[in-house]
Design a protein around this ligand. Structure first.
Ligand code: ADP
Length: 446
């Protein structure tokens, strides 16, 4: 097993990985930008190196600097977390050529699944249902029109590289199609340097349900059940839970098996999430694979009792999975609320600044994954998530009650945050009854 790992990330996920390594007896090397210098969680790593100025392109995304830190830190492996370089196949390849293990899939498997268009092709091969869509890339407005008339409006224009809700546009008619096509292309070109797009039928008021998969280097592939992430705003997840309220036990079985088939077909290893949307009739369709650990992984950990970060490290180190499919439970109900430094009353505008006082909730069934503390300064350069509040209850009603109680206990003074909005969502009848789709938050709270 590894003696030393570099954590190529910041904030809560960096802390999460440092903790898992410590428990495994592995030393950690952290990296930080000038904006994160002095952050408390860095003290928990065995060593920490500055990789550049505050902007991500100058530090956390700067491959040469991250690799230098790994070389000087003398590590055997790099854990990329999520975001930043986590799904960068080039970085993955650079790690390989420097003889440093990348804790994740091979660059080949990552490239195959990272491009949404080729991932759709792979899903078709694995006999996994895919959203009706164009056969391949769409390069002209004529092609787009033809497809839209075949499947009927509304359609969704999606960039092959889209992420975080960027590079996606809905078009309801011919007139809207042209500008939507242009907008999706230019947004994706600016954000990801790749303007290639394809078309999908827009599924109205869908649920978002995804399956967690683990695959080792010995051909074992298992699923760890599903997470429902239908509570979203602008295609960004706000609340996640497991099990999903949106599917029947039969659908759950079919969906989990489909996810395993797809990951096996891709000869993919390590952790992956296979994402689906579910239409109003309960049909599910593949939308994408995330070739990394996800923000919402704790809800799966709470219902299965399996530490996903440790499993990622053990898998990369060559260990076979210590369990089989039938040993993986889905026990009770877990819910996660993302606590973002944003002002829900001002269109979710980011609210960086000093946290004057922080009171962290506790008690039975409560977990708070966060790197922040009283006196912490939330820098304006990064994602606005400052913590994840996760609860676990025997039933869904109990989990909701624990979350409501924990949200009341949580105090973040000095900056705006999303906790009050979460309390409203959790007490809304549609959420309590498990009837929310991905448009619920925007229809109800904005
Ligand atoms: P990203 O990589 O930006 O997260 P995804 O493909 O995962 O993009 O889609 C994000 C969200 O967009 C989904 O959770 C869902 O709410 C919505 N979405 C994606 N595809 C469709 C579709 N064909 N019809 C309706 N909504 C969709």
């Amino acid at each position: 097993m590894y003696q030393r790992i570099l954590v190529a990330n910041r904030g809560e996920i960096a802390l999460r990985i440092i903790r898992a390594c410590r428990e495994l007896g592995i030393e950690t090397v952290a990296i930080f930008s000038e904006a994160d210098r002095g952050a408390q969680y860095l003290e928990l790593a065995d060593e920490a190196f500055c990789v550049g100025p505050p902007k991500p392109v100058d530090s956390y995304l700067r491959i040469a600097n991250v690799i230098s830190a790994a070389e000087v830190g003398n590590v055997q492996a790099i854990h990329p977390g999520y975001g930043f370089l986590a799904e960068n196949a080039h970085f993955n390849e650079v790690c390989r050529s420097c003889k440093i293990d990348f804790i994740g899939p091979t660059p080949e498997a990552m490239a195959k699944l990272g491009d949404k268009n080729s991932a759709r092709e792979l899903a078709r091969q694995a006999k996994v249902p895919v959203v009706p869509g164009s056969a391949g890339l769409v390069t002209s407005i004529e092609e787009a029109r033809q497809f839209a008339h075949e499947v009927d409006f509304p359609v969704l224009i999606k960039a092959v590289a889209c992420g975080g809700g960027k590079g996606m546009r809905v078009a309801a008619n011919d007139l809207a199609l042209q500008s939507a096509l242009q907008q999706a292309r230019s947004e994706a070109e600016a954000a990801f340097g790749n303007g290639a797009v394809y078309l999908e039928k827009y599924i109205e008021q869908p649920r978002h349900v995804e399956v967690q998969v683990l695959a080792d280097l010995h051909g074992n592939v298992v699923h760890l059940w599903e997470r429902d992430c239908s509570v979203q705003r602008r295609h960004q997840k706000l609340i996640e839970e497991s099990p999903s309220q949106s599917i029947t036990p039969e659908t759950r079985q079919l969906m989990c098996e489909a996810a395993v088939r797809m990951i096996s077909e891709a000869e993919y290893t390590n952790a992956a999430t296979v994402e689906f949307i579910v239409d109003r009739d309960g049909n599910f369709y593949f939308i994408e694979v995330n070739a990394r650990i996800q923000v919402e992984h704790p809800v799966t950990e709470m219902v299965t009792g399996i530490d996903l970060i440790k499993q990622q490290i053990l898998i990369a180190g060559g260990q076979p999975l210590p369990f089989q499919q039938e040993d993986i439970p889905q026990r009770g109900v877990a819910i996660e609320c993302r606590i973002n430094a944003e002002d829900p009353k001002k269109n979710f505008q980011p609210s960086p600044g000093k946290i004057e006082r922080l009171i962290v909730p506790g008690g039975f069934g409560v977990r708070f994954d966060s790197h922040v503390h009283s006196g912490y300064f939330v820098p304006p350069y990064y994602d606005s998530m400052i913590g994840k509040l996760i609860v676990h209850g025997a039933t869904r009603d109990e989990a909701i009650a624990i979350m409501q109680r924990a949200l009341l206990e949580l105090r973040v003074e000095g900056i705006k945050n999303t906790s009050a909005l979460h309390r409203e969502i959790l007490s809304h009848s549609a959420f309590v009854e498990g009837r929310v789709d991905t448009t619920f938050v925007e229809r109800t709270f904005t």
